[in-house]
Design a binder for this molecule. Structure first.
Ligand SMILES: Nc1ncnc2c1ncn2[C@@H]1O[C@H](COP(=O)(O)OP(=O)(O)OP(=O)(O)O)[C@@H](O)[C@H]1O
Ligand SMILES: [Mg+2]
Length: 452
């Protein structure tokens, strides 16, 4: 196939002429525009497979170029040249659908490698955008590695009984999915599945939240209030992070499990509970029992039907299927064509995933949202793997990579500045996010936001 025609837009003639000489020598057909209006006109004229544009050309910007391409529905990819430090505009450029960007000053061979990737993208016939997202697992769960098949068997067994189930596993392994699968495959499937964040409500509130309260139970209680046990009637209650249950209410929870009875706050009359209890934890309840933070009798009562969900690194054969699913989801939502190079795929399969499936999913979502379209290299992928455990005390303060900054800023914007949420989406601790932000501020001050 012949080489695509390239349009170069920049108001600095020294730059356009250097690029033109270099690329013509490589056999490309070149068009040059030295001001914004000319540039936009050449875009409208069409026929260019690749457009290399500066991000600030007099009054016209690279974003206008992107906009024009999109509006005319042109089959062209746009590569933007940016000044270092212009974080905000590069974020916008990514959002506007730039194929990639290249920071000035750059070497000609760097530009060539971006152009070669753009060419590969333009000629790739099998763009994996129509990934089939059929089920390859059990219910909503993907993966059929040995340990997961074992989990599915236990889910099926738990679904046939009405016994309390305890689900144990590291953060992000899919404990809530397991709980829902148990509910969905059981006799209570038509009734509600109600999750409870066990640590979110404190002692006295816990009781009224879970068991409800009757009129006059406390000041302001002007009517009977339903608790979660009432609203889940006939269904299942999922006590997430059961280890966080306040010690003082643990006897009441035990009574609920043993006698299937509970008492709304302010009431002398016990009520019969018609719910199935499913609990989950990522902490070792055994250890908590030893430290007197969790009642031993409650632990034994919970530990009847137990399902251990293995961490992702112990079932790596599931990774390619999960990747395929998550890539499919993210691509459909974002309308961007992204796939991983063989080396990047290898990294996906070998990485340790301390945040397990949740981290894998959020990493892929971020890559799709923020990486350039087309093939994602190992290097790019690596920059998206924010180590949730790194940057603890004693770590030397390294510079944040451009990609990392963009990710953090983007996620912060999406969460409206909510740092707790942002940290969760990024898969890092909030404390780590604060440190990174502090460093980002420092970096920004050090750099002049030059517009070139
Ligand atoms: N086997 C799987 N197939 C598809 N998606 C999965 C699978 N396991 C987990 N996920 C996805 O990963 C994310 C985390 O899953 P989930 O919330 O169930 O984990 P968890 O163990 O409850 O985590 P935490 O302990 O942090 O609450 C969810 O988006 C879920 O849909
Ligand atoms: Mg959970």
């Amino acid at each position: 196939m012949s080489k695509p025609s390239i349009l170069v837009i920049d108001d600095e003639e020294s730059i356009t002429s250097t690029i033109a000489t270099f690329l013509r020598a490589k056999g490309y057909d070149l068009t040059v525009a030295n001001d914004g209006e000319d540039g936009l006109q050449s875009v409208r004229d069409g026929g260019h497979g690749i457009i290399v544009s500066d991000i600030y050309i007099d009054r016209v910007t690279g974003l206008d170029v992107l906009d024009q391409v999109r509006r005319l529905g042109l089959d062209a990819v746009v590569i933007l040249m940016t000044a270092r430090g212009s974080v905000r505009t590069t974020v916008e450029a990514e959002m506007g659908g730039a194929f990639d960007y290249i920071a000035k000053p750059f070497e000609m061979r760097d530009l060539l490698s971006v152009i070669e990737r753009a060419e590969a993208y333009l000629t790739s016939s099998e763009a994996p955008s129509e990934l089939e997202t059929g089920t390859e697992g059990f219910g909503n769960m993907i993966g059929f590695s040995r340990p997961m098949v074992d989990v599915y068997k236990r889910i099926a067994r738990a679904a046939r009984s009405d016994e309390t189930v305890l689900i144990i596993g590291e953060t992000g392994v899919g404990k809530e999915l397991v709980a829902r699968a148990i509910h969905d495959h059981g006799a209570r499937a038509k009734a509600p599945f109600v999750p409870v964040d066990s640590g979110a409500v404190t002692g006295s509130l816990w009781e009224s939240e879970i068991f409800g309260s009757i009129r006059g139970a406390f000041t302001g209680a002007d009517r009977d209030r339903q608790g979660i046990i009432d609203s889940a009637r006939g269904g299942s209650v999922f006590f997430d992070e059961i280890g966080e249950t306040p010690l003082e209410v643990q006897p009441k929870l035990l009574r609920l499990l043993q006698e299937k009875e509970y008492r709304p706050v302010g009431s002398g009359m016990p009520k019969k509970a018609d719910v199935r209890i499913i609990a989950a934890t990522n902490r070792s309840l055994e250890t908590m029992v030893r430290e007197n933070k969790f009642r031993e009798d409650l632990f034994y009562r919970l530990n009847v039907l137990r399902i251990d969900v293995p961490p992702l690194r112990e079932r790596r054969s599931d990774i390619p299927f999960l990747v395929k699913r998550f890539l499919g989801e993210a691509t459909v939502a974002g309308q961007r064509r992204v796939w991983f190079s063989p080396e990047a795929e290898h990294l996906l399969n070998q990485f340790d995933w301390p945040g397990n499936v949740r981290q894998l999913r959020s990493t892929i979502q971020r890559v799709v949202a923020l990486a350039a379209v087309g093939q994602v290299s190992e290097e790019t992928l690596r920059s998206f793997l924010i180590d949730p455990l790194a940057e603890e005390e004693g770590e030397p303060a390294s510079e944040l990579s451009e990609v990392e900054r963009r990710q953090i800023l983007r996620v912060l914007r999406e969460t409206g500045g909510n740092k707790t949420k942002a940290a969760e989406i990024l898969g890092i601790q909030r404390r780590t996010l604060y440190k990174k932000l502090a460093r980002l501020e420092g970096q920004r001050d050090a750099e002049t936001e030059d517009r070139g």
